[in-house]
Design a protein around this ligand. Structure first.
Ligand SMILES: Cc1cc2nc3c(=O)[nH]c(=O)nc-3n(C[C@H](O)[C@H](O)[C@H](O)COP(=O)(O)O)c2cc1C
Length: 214
């Protein structure tokens, strides 16, 4: 009897902590949050988080703002502009339960690594990554910018796109009362290897998101 209880407990625990291979995010709430001008006025960098998690709805809304699909008629278009409609951005998100690639067309997260890599994305070992609820990693697939011959301009465009993504994340966080900080000082080697970035996909910025410590 006691053994049965132990087996039952282990099964329940395994179910609770199992890392999902695919996370179907809730539909983004495209009508929610504070008015745009209020969110712009509230936008701020915040680096002190409590370590609490955020809801899947909040995660979905943040990723939608970052790089979601907001038009499919007739082309798939995104919430941020890209030069020549290159659509080079690639978004990953490190959660306590694992690291995922964001698939905007399906509004899903696809598991890349069933490990908590949040702090390993941080070059400086700050609390900001450790106590975040999620770390968004903004990358660029430079192959999609091949029409631009000058590599320097490719990189310039990639950073411009990352800037748009980052600001959208800032604004959604401001609208929801969540904290965030765009970080150049990430560990790019770890990001490349742990997230298995394909050749020519380069990591650009990390953006921890967290419940603000008061
Ligand atoms: C391109 C860029 C890179 C940044 N990199 C870092 C960083 O590595 N670490 C950090 O703590 N903050 C970083 N920040 C956040 C800035 O320090 C912050 O935006 C600035 O202090 C102004 O504060 P505010 O965003 O609240 O207006 C970065 C901001 C930008 C735009």
């Amino acid at each position: 009897m006691r053994l049965q209880n132990i087996v039952l407990s282990l099964t329940v625990c395994a179910g609770l902590f199992a890392t999902e291979k695919t996370i179907q995010l809730p539909q983004p709430d495209t009508k929610g949050g504070k008015p745009l001008m209020e969110a712009i006025t509230l936008r701020r960098t915040n680096r002190a988080y409590t370590g609490a998690t955020i809801s899947r709805q909040d995660l979905s809304d943040i990723l939608y703002a970052a790089w979601g699909v907001n038009a499919t008629d007739p082309r798939v278009l995104h919430t941020i502009p890209t030069a020549m409609n290159a659509q080079d951005p690639v978004i990953y998100v490190a959660l306590p339960e694992g690291a995922y690639k964001y698939i905007p067309e399906n509004n899903t997260l696809e598991l890349v690594l069933a490990e908590d890599i949040r702090t390993r994305l941080d070059r400086r070992g700050t609390d900001m990554f450790a106590k975040s609820a999620a770390v968004v990693l903004i990358a660029s697939n430079l192959d999609k910018l091949k029409r631009v011959q000058d590599k320097g301009v490719q990189i310039q465009f990639a950073h411009m796109h990352a800037g748009c993504i980052s600001q959208d994340i800032y604004l959604v966080c401001a609208a929801k009362g969540l904290g965030t900080c765009v970080v150049y000082g990430i560990n790019k080697e770890n990001a490349t290897t742990l997230l298995k970035l394909p050749e020519n996909t380069i990591p650009l910025y990390g953006q921890p998101i967290g419940v603000m410590a008061k």
